[in-house]
Design a protein around this ligand. Structure first.
Ligand SMILES: [Fe+2]
Ligand SMILES: [Fe+2]
Length: 136
């Protein structure tokens, strides 16, 4: 199982964004527990929650990036759209699979995409915010 935990090095320095990222990671931890049980119904409802959380987070983050005139916003929006499609695809696969191994595999790949947004994707705009003196 992939280890999912919040690390201080993930912090962007914008409270709303960091709080969203923590909430997303928390939901992923809850899904991981449901996968391990396994509790398929709980998994399904938590995955729905994750799609809603993810979509709301991406929208808020994009709004903020527009406000601060982030030059690579178009790329970042595309990246978010891809991530959402991936979460939905993984959810569909997860709901289809009747083996716990399959579900675990699905979950792990999804966890990687999401952690990718928080670590790789968002740390790119963090450097921009730092250069502009908007965060430490
Ligand atoms: Fe983000
Ligand atoms: Fe992002």
């Amino acid at each position: 199982m992939v280890k999912i935990e919040w690390l201080e090095s993930f912090a962007i320095g914008i409270k709303a964004i960091d709080d969203d990222h923590k909430k997303i990671l928390q939901t992923m931890q809850d899904i991981q527990v449901a996968v391990e049980k396994p509790d398929y119904d709980l998994c399904a409802s938590l995955l729905d929650e994750l799609v809603i959380l993810g979509a709301a987070h991406f929208a808020n983050e994009e709004e903020y990036l527009a406000e601060v005139s982030y030059p690579y916003i178009e790329e970042h929006i595309l990246y978010h759209q891809e991530l959402l499609l991936k979460i939905k695809a993984v959810k569909a696969t997860c709901m289809d699979t009747d083996s716990q191994d399959g579900l675990e595999e699905c979950f792990n790949s999804m966890a990687e995409f999401l952690i990718d947004d928080i670590i790789a994707g968002d740390l790119q705009f963090k450097s921009y915010l730092q250069a502009r003196g908007l965060v430490k």
